[in-house]
Design a protein around this ligand. Structure first.
Ligand SMILES: *Cc1c(COP(=O)(O)O)cnc(C)c1O
Length: 376
């Protein structure tokens, strides 16, 4: 028999209430029923994003909303800053290239976060920069960026501030309006606890004003077209309305707990994972670790082997990508996760470490995690 525990940084485990919603018979999307669900979801999304801005829903994975966050606000040749500290920063770089933007790429060492002061200096030196693209959590390295400080810097300029919070929203703190984020993109299969297939983009008035003049080509991801229909709780094309129905359930769970309490739970679980791996003498890969996931180094061992051994026991974590491949495993306590999940992940990891002959005191990681959780 195989029983699985999904601790990958997306997709994440989906709560039974949400799975049951997905089992309902099909209905038609051009209907009052869908409009009611969509209007509820749009209101709840705003509470989770902590924004007054419109939030556009796309039927696409997170990268679709990232593409929308480029094509809707810029014109060919426009200058942008892209922050690249891992695989997802690279994605902004790739999008800017694909659309012929003039790009100042700020490349930072994997596992570190960008320096807001440096971004401020770049913006001060060139007032023609139209946008700054970054992540909240760089999922490939488990690093949390200082979005609040970056937002304060960008808000003083004509540029818009665009944040990929696909893995961060609902796990790490991001009050969109308070932190002056103009465009925030989020995906459905991370802390929002539903399957892949939807992505979301909040848009500030500053960004909508840029959208009026933006001439990059777009069709499916045209946010102005979507905004017009959003006012009527409708969408330009067939929405993944069953996923939107599922989201209505998962957002209820999030808002019942309270968005701040949800973030605090993620902080508590991540702190316990960090305490656990520290007690096993496994260093953190990130200098500024996120709540959403923990990137753990496996010195003297091939991390891919550790990942495969965990998989044999039904515990699913992610490995490293590119330069981090073979060096790290990434453990996500994201979305539908509680204290017991931390115990399972760490006890499972200890079991595997014993199998591969790593020297440590069995139980030390679990005990440290428990101590961390007991502190609150
Ligand atoms: C998961 C993730 C994405 C999304 O990619 P898709 O596979 O297109 O859903 C983008 N950015 C970050 C930071 C992510 O964690």
């Amino acid at each position: 028999m195989r029983k699985e525990y999904l601790y990958t940084p997306g997709p994440v485990a989906v709560p039974p209430e949400v799975l049951l919603k997905l089992a309902e018979p099909m209905y038609h999307h051009r209907s009052k029923r869908f409009q009611t669900v969509f209007s509820e979801v749009n209101e709840k999304l705003k509470q989770v994003f902590r924004t007054k801005n419109d939030i556009i829903t796309f039927t696409a994975s997170g990268t679709g909303a990232m593409e929308a966050a480029v094509v809707n606000f810029l014109s060919p040749g426009d200058k942008v800053i892209t922050i690249n500290g891992g695989k997802f920063g690279e994605r902004w770089v790739g999008l800017a290239k694909a659309y012929g933007l003039a790009q100042h790429e700020v490349k930072i060492t994997w596992g570190t976060a960008p320096d807001p002061e440096e971004i401020g200096k770049l913006l001060a030196a060139d007032s023609s920069i139209k946008a700054v693209y970054t992540q909240l959590v760089e999922t490939s390295t488990g690093t949390l960026y200082d979005v609040q400080a970056l937002g304060a810097v960008v808000a003083k300029t004509p540029a818009i501030f665009v944040v990929d919070a696909i893995s961060g929203m609902g796990a790490d703190d991001l009050p969109v309006d308070a932190w002056q984020v103009d465009v925030c993109v989020v995906g459905s299969q991370k802390a929002l606890m539903i399957p892949p297939g939807l992505s979301f983009m909040s848009v500030s008035e500053k960004a909508w004003a840029m959208a009026e003049k933006a001439t990059l080509p777009k069709y499916y991801f045209d946010a102005r077209k979507a905004r017009k229909l959003l006012a009527k709780n409708d969408t330009p094309y067939t929405p993944a309305h069953t996923l939107i129905g599922a989201l209505n359930v998962s957002l209820d769970m999030i808002l019942k707990e309270g968005i701040e309490a949800v973030v605090a739970r993620h902080a508590r679980l991540a702190a316990a994972v960090r305490a656990g791996v520290a007690a096993l003498n496994l260093p953190l890969y990130s200098k500024r670790p996120a709540n959403a996931l923990t990137a753990v180094e496996t010195p003297g061992m091939d991390a891919e082997v550790i990942k495969k051994e965990l998989d044999k026991d039904g515990i699913l974590v992610a490995g490293g990508q590119d330069e981090a491949k073979g060096k790290i495993i990434r453990i996500a306590m994201m979305g539908y996760a509680n204290e017991a999940d931390v115990m399972i992940a760490l006890a499972g990891l200890e079991q595997v470490l014993q199998r591969v002959g790593y020297a440590f005191t069995p139980g030390a990681g679990v005990a440290a995690a428990q101590a961390s959780l007991l502190k609150g």
